[in-house]
Design a protein around this ligand. Structure first.
Ligand code: PGA
Ligand code: ZN
Length: 426
């Protein structure tokens, strides 16, 4: 049973304060987790509780910490940490708001994750195995997800210099996670070198990717394809490109405004532009290709491209079980991005993941642009048997912490089975 819950302020990868929760059980087992934080957030997400005002740019988390140490501890004390659903339900009811604004999404997600770590410690099993039990999946299956890794960063993560938020790659032909990260590192090195040589390097974006000084969004696709070749790999065979368009961030007044290309596009024109890119480059996945309220656009792009590539909903689905069910019924998307702090508790995340798997979708476990050394994400990706794991680039320790944890898990397995790239049948 839960004995104490301690909230403390720690720092995230953007140098902002965030919530860490440490839980101790009567048995002496402990668990600890740190809340991540997004920048390109969907309007239906659970929201962080921030203090506002002048201190720390308004990003203070004293209110969220007070909720952890006060109300949340008061309500959860004595509950069985192995009963994740009961603890999460108690927090949802205690909070009582649709977007977890009263206690704070950051307070709740850190507590929810810390409970799972403590429960795993009490059972003396790895967290991923505990998560298999919680989600009714085979604890013995030696499933390993594929890393989806950012090479170029743009959008809100790089001063909006380019409109497309993430240019990422997937090792579609690799046989293991270790091999996949090695291939991706070769591409990252080739891409950085090409940027330095062409004088287009602007620095490093929020998630560790190269921050490019492009003159058109399509330059990213061109350069990335060339970097794959320079690395001695075959575009589309060994390595596929994935874009997180994050289209909500440049949709305004009924138009998709690609500032870098000097274009304002209708939904259909936006779809046609993306279609032309898919035809010209080895793209295997498009995330948030349209804005979060563009239901008809999502249906249309899924009709046109959903047989050959992943159409992924992030801001569009906000890791919500009911939104996944609705989208599947309407033929919108064939894959879902899952972010624990988007729905707020592990129980809700597991529900969304289970629903997506039940309708035959691919699932991608994702971190946020604001991250830390916390590796809950890696265990979620292995534990919920996700197809892919996405947490930015090959640099910066808050990113590599996640890749390295999956490498460890793969190493413990006797016969790891690396993800096979398949497109969900429509
Ligand atoms: P965010 O971006 O964490 O800033 O929301 C990640 C994503 O859009 O996938
Ligand atoms: Zn996204």
């Amino acid at each position: 049973a839960i004995k104490t819950i301690l909230g403390r302020q720690v720092w995230d990868s953007r140098g902002r304060p965030t919530v860490e929760v440490e839980i101790t059980l009567e048995s002496g087992a402990t668990g600890r987790a740190i809340a991540p934080s997004g920048a390109s957030t969907g309007s239906r997400e659970a929201l962080d509780k921030r203090d506002g005002g002048k201190r720390l740019g308004g990003y203070g988390v004293n209110g969220a910490l007070a909720a952890v140490n006060g109300e949340i501890q008061g309500r959860l004390k004595g509950l069985d940490a192995l009963d994740q659903a009961a603890a999460d339900r108690a927090m949802i009811e205690l909070d009582g708001t649709p977007q977890k604004t009263r206690l704070g999404g950051n307070a709740i997600v850190a507590t929810s994750s810390a409970i799972a770590w403590a429960a795993a410690a009490e059972q003396r099993i790895p967290l991923w195995q505990h998560l298999r039990r919680l989600s009714n999946l085979d604890p013995e299956a030696q499933h390993i997800p594929a890393p989806m890794i950012q090479i170029f960063g743009g959008g809100r993560h790089a001063g909006n210099r380019i409109d497309i938020q993430d240019f990422l790659i997937l090792a579609v032909g690799a046989q293991s996670f270790v091999e996949a990260t090695e291939q991706i590192a070769e591409v990252y090195m080739a891409a950085s070198k090409a940027m330095v040589q062409s004088g287009k390097l602007n620095g490093v974006a929020d998630e560790g990717g190269v921050w490019p000084d492009f003159t058109a969004n399509e330059d990213g696709l061109e350069l990335l394809t060339r970097a794959i070749e320079t690395a001695g790999l075959r575009p589309g065979v060994d390595i596929g490109i994935a874009l997180d368009v994050a289209a909500t961030s440049f949709y305004a007044d009924g138009a998709y405004r690609l500032a870098l290309d000097g274009k304002a596009l209708s939904t259909l024109e936006m779809i046609e532009l993306l279609q032309s890119w898919v035809a010209a480059y080895p793209i295997v996945s498009l995330e948030d290709p349209l804005a979060e309220d563009d239901d008809e656009g999502f249906a249309e792009i899924t009709r046109r491209l959903g047989k050959s590539i992943q159409i992924v909903g992030d801001d569009y689905l906000t890791s919500s079980e009911s939104r996944v069910a609705l989208a599947a019924a309407q033929g919108c998307c064939n894959s879902v991005l899952l972010k624990s702090n988007q729905c707020g508790t592990l129980t809700e995340l597991i529900a969304a993941s289970t629903r997506a798997r039940a309708v035959g979708w691919n699932t991608i476990q994702s971190g946020r642009s604001g991250e830390s050394e916390d590796v809950t994400l890696s265990h979620l990706a292995v534990g919920l048997m996700s197809d892919q794991i996405k947490v930015g680039s090959m640099t910066r320790s808050e990113r590599t912490a996640k890749w390295n944890e999956v490498i460890r898990i793969e190493g413990y397995y006797v016969a790891p089975r690396y993800w096979r790239f398949t497109i969900p049948p429509l």
